[in-house]
Ligand binder design. Sequence first.
Ligand SMILES: Cc1cc2nc3c(=O)[nH]c(=O)nc-3n(C[C@H](O)[C@H](O)[C@H](O)COP(=O)(O)O)c2cc1C
Length: 504
Amino acid sequence: MTTTQETNSRTLVGLRSDVRIDERDGVLRLLSRVGSFALRGVAPEVAQALRDLVTTPQPDIGDRLPAPQARQLRQITERAKQLFVRYVEVDGRVLARIEATSRDGAYHPAVIEPDARLRLSKFALLRTLDNELVLESPLVKHRFTLVDPAAAAVVARLGGECGPADLATLLPVNAAEELAGHLVGAGFVEQGQSDGFPSDTEAVLRQWDFHDLLTHSRARSGRFDQPFGGIFPYLGDIEPRPAVKPMPDGPAIELYRPELDDVLATDPSLTAVIEARSSVRQYGEQPLTAKQLGEWLYRTARVRAVYGPTPNAPYEASTRPYPCGGASYELELYLTVQRCDGVEPGIYYYDPVGHRLVLVNNGVQDRQALLQTASVATALQADPDVLVTMTSRFQRLSWKYRAIAYSVSLKHAGVLYQTMYLVATAMGLAPCGLGSGDSDLAARAFGLDYLTESSVGDFILGSRPVLPADAPPRPLPESWKPVNDVEWAVSAHSLLRERHWASS
Ligand SMILES: Cc1cc2nc3c(=O)[nH]c(=O)nc-3n(C[C@H](O)[C@H](O)[C@H](O)COP(=O)(O)O)c2cc1C
């Protein structure tokens, strides 16, 4: 059935429901959760028009005002556009409400031709927000609230390619076109071109995964109007997670604690370590030792002290060798040991306070599954002595940060990778970070609840193959095209090789 009858379909403009108008000392302030504007010299007719717009959206705002006042009102709507809302209405019934989610959100509704081919962008997402169905997209600086089920039906139909006539089976034809004009103009819906829809054909858009772009758009401010940053959203409501994770049950192995003087006496310089650092996926005939593992963990991830709460940080924090946003230290380490002199194969939790390994799983299958996944990440080049899996106790961060908590945890994983690389290089071990891992497998094997704590990074470690003392220096790989002082890396590599990696 095509609903061809013409209806009274139109777009109204109003102010967001949370806007308050405050007039004092000749300044009119528009106050809202998403931003506030102080306006001077507002004509009385314009001030009245703004007050009316809080309660009564208008089709053509300013049309009933004399030209100068209409111009002033238009300037205000332009400047404070994030505070204005559009309503798509048919026969007095609101179909959709459209709000800007950014200060610079602006679009013109598109004109939809009868032969247009339409489809939702692959970046569009439907979800419930404040008890309403909303359409959002990381490409669009607006939120489209589907107030009426008929509008939701139109969006559902646009999940597959269709034309205005298909939409007219769901709504009167001009209402469908009005709604589609907004969806296309804002960027939720694409118009098909001769070669397909832009998100399927444009090289830049094709190379964005939906979830990556969504995370990117929400992990930085700019195009998003929801609570953001270090605002302690659950203070007084939910207890923060402790700085130190309660110890899992299991037999524990005390680890070696290095002496600072010994480390300082033998460590290569910072520059030698940075320049000689590389990913090593082959291992020595002799395995890593418990002493080396103890030293490496001590220098990388131990808790040096716990402190807090403090007036600025109303939660318990700690200090460790690597930096961490808010000193939250949400990352935990689990070691899947395959070959380590002095530590039985098994899956262990690293206790960063007691500096111990606590056995959490001695099942062969889980161990092998984790090691196999790590090896696959290296295209089967590595069969590591030890796999170190970093898990995140997510709520340590989300108790403080809104919107950015997950991305901050990934940044922490990166910081820890580099610390692990550098300490391993200084110690003459074989380090390699991994970019993929199986969080479900890890949660199962470590006995964790996926939403409370699961893996965000993996790192493999082993003994380094020992070179004969008279082995020639490593030549530059033939494929390298030197650009800036590659000799630094080559000489640092030779230095560490002579001092640490070669047999004497
Ligand atoms: C976050 C991160 C993820 C990585 N993922 C992998 C991986 O999955 N498999 C692998 O073999 N190497 C991985 N690597 C190592 C890189 O391939 C390596 O750092 C890069 O090729 C540069 O070489 P270099 O480390 O020897 O200087 C990763 C490194 C980092 C920092």
